[in-house]
Design a protein around this ligand. Structure first.
Ligand SMILES: *[C@@H]1O[C@H](CO)[C@@H](O)[C@H](O)[C@H]1NC(C)=O
Ligand SMILES: *[C@@H]1O[C@H](CO)[C@@H](O)[C@H](O)[C@H]1NC(C)=O
Ligand SMILES: *[C@@H]1O[C@H](CO)[C@@H](O)[C@H](O)[C@H]1NC(C)=O
Ligand SMILES: *[C@@H]1O[C@H](CO)[C@@H](O)[C@H](O)[C@H]1NC(C)=O
Ligand SMILES: *[C@@H]1O[C@H](CO)[C@@H](O)[C@H](O)[C@H]1NC(C)=O
Ligand SMILES: *[C@@H]1O[C@H](CO)[C@@H](O)[C@H](O)[C@H]1NC(C)=O
Ligand SMILES: *[C@@H]1O[C@H](CO)[C@@H](O)[C@H](O)[C@H]1NC(C)=O
Ligand SMILES: *[C@@H]1O[C@H](CO)[C@@H](O)[C@H](O)[C@H]1NC(C)=O
Ligand SMILES: *[C@@H]1O[C@H](CO)[C@@H](O)[C@H](O)[C@H]1NC(C)=O
Ligand SMILES: *[C@@H]1O[C@H](CO)[C@@H](O)[C@H](O)[C@H]1NC(C)=O
Ligand SMILES: *[C@@H]1O[C@H](CO)[C@@H](O)[C@H](O)[C@H]1NC(C)=O
Length: 756
C-alpha cells in the first residue's frame, strides 16, 4: 500500500508536466555532454548515479552509455572456459534436451525451430579458443541467448554481465488492440488509448506503423522472440501493456517486454527508438538503463568486473551470498510495486485473496448476474500466502453459488505458475470426484540415479511418519525417495530401481513416469503447507462439480505456463472445459491457450547442487563419484543472476507418443482480440468471455459453437473502470522504471514457476 501510494504520486507528477509522448529531452542533452567528456563509459554511469557525492541521485542512465560500459569489460577467456565446463552437468538435467534438438514437425512449423543446446555450448567453447568474443558481454549475451532460444521459461542461464548490472527499458508502453474486436489489431501507444477512453486529448490517436524504420508488426514479432515463452502469439502479447501482468507488481512482467518488463529487461534496446505513426508523425525516445548494482568508484570496465564479477573457479558459497546481499543493498530507495489494493483496471474483489494472486469477482453489470469470475494471475511462490490462496477459492465458490452464479470465468492471464500442488488443489475444489493425472519424468542421468539410490536408502532408515527423525525426514520429502509419488496406475513404487527405470523413449532415456501421491503424509512439505483438497485430512471433500464443465470457461493470454499449464491441462483434458485465448499476432489464425512452458517442475542450479551434496552426506562413498566432481564448483551460481532447468516433462493422460506436453501444439477453443477498453478495464475481457461462451458473440476464427443470447453486449466503458486505470495504470508505467526488479521467492522444489 505504502509503495503504491508513492508510485501514484510519481506517476501523476510526470503526467501533469508532460504528455507521455513528449518527455523533456534533458536526459539526451546530459548524455551528449557526458559522452563529450573523455571518461570511460562506466565512469560516466557512476557520475550519473552519484554526481560527485556518495548518495544515489539517479538510477536511470541513458541506455547507450550503459551498454558501452558493459561492452568495455574485457573478456576473461579462462573464466569463460571454466564456466562452460561447469554448467554442462546442470544443463544435462534439462528434460527436453533431445526433444529440443529434434522436435515434432508441427512444433517446428507452428511454434519454434529446433535448437541444439549442447552443440551451442560446443560452439561457444570453440569461439573462446578462437578468440572471437570481443568482450565479456559478447560472451555472456551469446550464452544467454543460446539457452533463451529453447523458449522454455523454466530453463535459463542469465550470466552476471547480462542480469546483474543493468536492466534496460523504454518509456513508452504499447498495446495491440482491435478497434471493434473484429478488425485486425493495430499497435498504439498505451497513453493514446487512455486518452481516447477519457475523450480528453485534442489529437486523433494514430497507430504505430514503423519502429526504427521497419514495419511495426515485423519489428515487434522479431523483438518478441527474445521473451521466455514458446508460442509466438503469447510472445507477441507479452510485448504489450496488459492489466493482468501489471496487477502482479514486481512478480509479473510489468508493462510489457517493449518497456523492459519480463525478459525485455535483459535486452539492450539501442540508444534510441523511433516510432512512426500512421499520421506521419515520428517520435524518437531515448532508451534507459537502470543500474541494479553499486557503481561507486567504478572508473572503467575492468574495475566493474573486479568488483562485481566472480571470475574465480574457487569462489566460495559465502562469497556468492555476500555478493548477492551487497548488490541488493545498493539501491535501497527502490521499492517494489507491491500490490495490496485493487490493481489498476480491476474492480474491488468480492472475495479478495492474498496480494492479488487470486481474487473472486462478480460482474456488476446487467446481463451478467449469473457469472462469477475467479481471477488467478499466479499460483503462489511464497509460503506466506499458500493457505490464504487455497482459502480464497474455498470461500468464493460457496459464496458465488449462494448468490445464484451458475457460470464461472477462470481468468489465468499472466499466470506463469507457482506452487504445483495449488494447481491440483484448485482443480479438486472445482471437480472433487476427478482423479487428476499429471504424470512426469526426469532424464535418466547417472547423477539422478546416484542421488536417488543414496536418498532412497537413507530415507528407508525410518518409517514415513509425521513425528519421525528430522534428518531422515529431510530425505523423505524428496522426489528422490521412491516412497514419494505413485506409478501411473496409482500404485506404490517397490524400489528406487523401479522409479528410475530408465525407459527409452524417442532416442532419450527417462525415468519411469510417476504421479503425485496427494494423500502422502508428507504432502505439506511439497505444497508449501497446505493439505490437498480431496485427499488425506481433506478426503471428505467429495461430490459433483461445483460448476458444470460447460458452465466454466478459461481465459488466457498465452502467458500460461508451468503450474498454470498443469491446471489448464487437467481442466481441458479431463473435464472438457473450453479455453479462450486473447490477443495474439495481427492475423486471423487460431492461437494456443498455453504459450508458456508445459514442463511441470523447475530446479535452480543451487538446488541441484544441494541434492548432490546431500547424497554425499547420505552415502560417503559418493564423495569419489561424479556427484563430487561435477557439482562442487560454485562458479555456475556465482556467475549468474539466475540459473535453472526444467527438470520434469509433463505427459498427457492416455499418451502413447512419449512426447512431452511442451512439444504438443494445442489450439484454444476460441480466440478474441483485445480491444482498447480491455486494456483499461478488465471486466471488458470477462464480459466478452461470457458473451462468447454463453452468448452470441463470435470468436475470431469463427469455429466456436454459438449459443443463446443471454446478454446485452455493452461497449460503453464504465466510468469507474477508467478512473482506476487512468490514475494507477499510468503510475505503474512510470513506477516500474524506478523500481522494476523482479524478485520471486521460488522454492524450486515443489514449484512450477516460470521466471518472468
Ligand atoms: C563535480 O566536481 C567537478 C570538479 O570538482 C565539478 O566541475 C563538477 O561541477 C561537480 N559536479 C557536480 C554535479 O557537483
Ligand atoms: C580471469 O579468471 C581467472 C579465473 O578463471 C582469474 O584467476 C583471473 O584473475 C581473471 N582475470 C582477470 C583479469 O580478472
Ligand atoms: C484527461 O482526464 C484525466 C482525468 O480527469 C486527467 O487525469 C488527465 O490528465 C487528462 N489528460 C489530458 C491529456 O488532459
Ligand atoms: C499523430 O499521432 C500521434 C500518435 O497518436 C500523436 O501523438 C500525434 O499528436 C499525431 N499528430 C498529429 C499531427 O495529429
Ligand atoms: C571510493 O573512493 C573514496 C576515495 O578514494 C573512498 O574514500 C571510498 O571509501 C570509496 N567508496 C567505496 C564505496 O568504495
Ligand atoms: C536420526 O537419524 C540419523 C541417521 O540415522 C542419526 O544419525 C541421528 O542420530 C538420528 N537422530 C535422532 C534424534 O534420533
Ligand atoms: C500415499 O501416501 C499414503 C500416506 O502416506 C500411503 O498410505 C499410501 O500408501 C501412499 N500411496 C501410494 C500409492 O504410495
Ligand atoms: C494438514 O493436515 C494435518 C493433519 O491433519 C494438520 O495437522 C495440518 O494442520 C493441516 N494443514 C493445514 C494447513 O490445514
Ligand atoms: C471435512 O472434515 C473436516 C474436519 O475433519 C470438516 O471441518 C469439514 O467441514 C469436512 N468437510 C466436508 C465437506 O464434509
Ligand atoms: C570429500 O572429499 C574431499 C576431498 O576430495 C574432502 O575435502 C571432503 O571433506 C570430503 N567430504 C566428505 C563428506 O567426505
Ligand atoms: C484415458 O485414461 C483414463 C484413465 O485411465 C480412462 O478412464 C479413459 O477411458 C482413457 N480414455 C481413452 C480415450 O482411452
Amino acid at each position: 500500500m505504502k509503495s503504491l501510494a508513492l508510485l501514484q504520486l510519481a506517476g501523476l507528477a510526470s503526467l501533469v508536466s508532460t504528455s507521455p509522448l513528449s518527455p523533456s529531452r534533458t536526459s539526451t542533452v546530459e548524455a551528449r555532454q557526458a559522452s563529450g567528456t573523455s571518461s570511460a563509459p562506466c565512469a560516466q554511469v557512476s557520475e550519473y548515479m552519484y554526481g560527485n557525492g556518495t548518495a544515489v541521485v539517479k538510477t536511470s542512465v541513458p541506455a547507450g552509455i550503459a551498454f558501452a560500459c558493459l561492452d568495455s569489460v574485457p573478456f576473461n577467456a579462462t573464466s569463460g572456459k571454466q564456466l562452460i565446463a561447469a554448467i554442462r552437468p546442470y544443463i544435462d538435467w534439462q528434460s527436453t534436451l533431445s526433444q529440443l534438438k529434434n522436435p515434432p514437425a508441427e512444433y517446428v512449423e507452428k511454434v519454434q525451430p529446433p535448437i541444439d543446446i549442447i552443440g551451442g555450448l560446443d560452439q561457444i567453447d570453440s569461439r573462446i579458443d578462437a578468440g572471437t568474443f570481443h568482450s565479456e558481454y559478447d560472451f555472456g549475451w551469446t550464452l544467454y541467448t543460446l539457452i533463451q532460444s529453447a523458449h522454455d521459461g523454466h530453463f535459463s542461464y542469465i550470466p552476471d554481465i547480462v542480469g546483474n548490472i543493468f536492466n534496460f527499458g523504454r518509456r513508452v508502453a504499447l498495446v495491440s488492440v482491435s478497434e471493434d474486436g473484429d478488425k485486425l489489431p493495430s499497435v498504439f501507444a498505451f497513453a493514446d488509448v487512455i486518452g481516447t477512453q477519457f475523450k480528453n486529448i485534442s489529437y486523433t490517436p494514430s497507430p504505430v506503423v514503423q519502429i526504427d524504420g521497419t514495419d511495426v508488426i515485423e519489428w515487434l514479432e522479431d523483438w518478441s522472440q527474445l521473451g521466455s515463452l514458446q508460442d509466438r502469439d503469447a510472445l507477441y502479447n507479452n510485448v504489450f501493456y496488459e492489466l493482468a501482468q501489471v496487477s502482479l507488481g514486481g512478480s509479473g512482467s510489468g508493462t510489457g517486454t517493449f518497456t523492459g518488463g519480463g525478459r525485455g529487461r535483459f535486452v539492450y534496446p539501442g540508444g534510441e527508438t523511433t516510432l512512426k505513426f500512421a499520421n506521419g508523425t515520428e517520435y524518437t525516445m531515448e532508451n534507459y538503463a537502470r543500474a541494479i548494482t553499486n557503481f561507486r568508484n567504478i572508473t572503467n570496465g575492468e574495475e566493474l568486473a573486479r568488483k562485481w564479477i566472480s571470475y574465480g573457479a574457487d569462489v566460495s558459497q559465502a562469497k556468492v551470498q555476500s555478493l548477492g546481499t551487497e548488490m541488493m543493498q545498493t539501491i535501497s530507495t527502490a521499492a517494489l510495486p507491491v500490490t495490496g489494493a485493487a490493481a489498476p483496471g480491476y474492480p474491488p474483489a468480492n472475495v479478495p485473496g492474498p496480494e492479488n494472486l487470486i481474487n473472486g469477482f462478480f460482474i456488476d453489470a446487467p446481463g451478467y448476474e449469473d457469472v462469477a469470475v475467479l481471477s488467478i494471475p499466479n499460483f503462489v511462490g511464497s509460503t506466506a500466502y499458500e493457505t490464504k490462496f487455497q482459502q480464497t477459492t474455498r470461500d468464493f465458490i460457496p459464496k458465488a453459488l449462494a448468490a445464484g452464479k451458475t457460470k464461472l470465468v477462470i481468468d489465468v492471464q499472466a499466470n506463469g505458475g507457482g506452487t504445483i500442488l495449488q494447481g491440483y488443489d484448485l482443480f479438486k475444489q472445482l471437480f472433487p470426484d476427478e482423479d487428476p493425472y499429471g504424470a512426469s519424468r526426469f532424464r535418466a542421468l547417472e547423477a539422478v540415479d546416484l542421488i536417488g539410490k543414496a536418498t532412497s536408502s537413507f530415507a528407508s532408515l525410518s518409517p514415513r511418519e509425521e513425528d519421525g527423525n528430522v534428518t531422515i525426514q529431510n530425505a523423505q520429502v524428496s522426489w528422490f525417495d521412491y516412497h514419494t509419488d505413485t506409478t501411473v496406475d496409482g500404485k506404490p513404487f517397490s524400489s528406487w530401481a523401479e522409479k528410475f527405470g530408465p525407459v527409452e523413449v524417442n532416442g532419450d532415456r527417462y525415468t519411469t513416469l510417476s504421479r503425485w501421491n496427494f494423500s502422502d503424509i508428507e504432502i505439506s512439505s511439497f505444497s508449501g503447507g497446505i493439505n490437498i483438497t480431496g485427499y488425506g485430512p481433506l478426503a471428505n471433500f467429495t461430490g459433483p462439480p461445483k460448476f458444470k464443465p460447460e458452465n466454466i470457461v478459461i481465459v488466457t493470454d498465452g502467458y500460461c505456463a508451468s503450474t498454470c499449464a498443469i491446471f489448464v491441462e487437467l481442466l481441458t483434458q479431463q473435464t472438457g472445459v473450453k479455453t479462450i485465448a486473447m490477443g495474439g499476432r495481427s492475423n486471423k489464425h487460431p492461437i494456443q491457450a498455453i504459450g508458456g512452458v508445459k514442463g511441470v517442475n523447475n530446479y535452480a542450479f543451487g538446488y541441484i547442487q544441494d541434492l548432490a551434496q546431500s547424497a554425499i552426506r547420505y552415502d560417503g562413498s559418493l564423495n569419489s563419484s561424479i556427484l563430487r566432481r561435477d557439482y562442487n564448483s560454485h562458479l555456475p551460481i556465482a556467475r549468474s543472476y539466475s540459473a535453472a532447468v526444467n527438470n520434469r516433462d509433463g505427459l498427457r493422460r492416455n499418451d502413447t507418443s512419449g512426447v512431452a506436453l511442451q512439444f504438443v501444439y494445442q489450439q484454444a477453443d476460441c480466440r478474441l482480440y483485445y480491444t482498447p477498453e480491455m486494456t483499461v478495464d478488465i471486466t471488458a475481457v470477462w464480459k466478452s468471455a461470457a458473451d462468447v461462451q454463453w452468448g452470441n458473440r463470435k470468436c475470431v476464427s469463427g469455429e466456436y459453437r454459438q449459443k443463446r443470447n443471454v446478454h446485452e453486449v455493452t461497449t460503453k466503458l464504465s466510468r469507474r473502470g477508467v478512473q482506476i486505470a487512468q490514475a494507477a495504470a499510468m503510475a505503474q508505467v512510470q513506477g516500474f522504471e524506478q523500481s522494476f526488479r523482479l524478485e520471486t521467492a521460488s522454492k524450486m522444489q515443489g514449484d512450477g514457476f516460470m521466471q518472468p
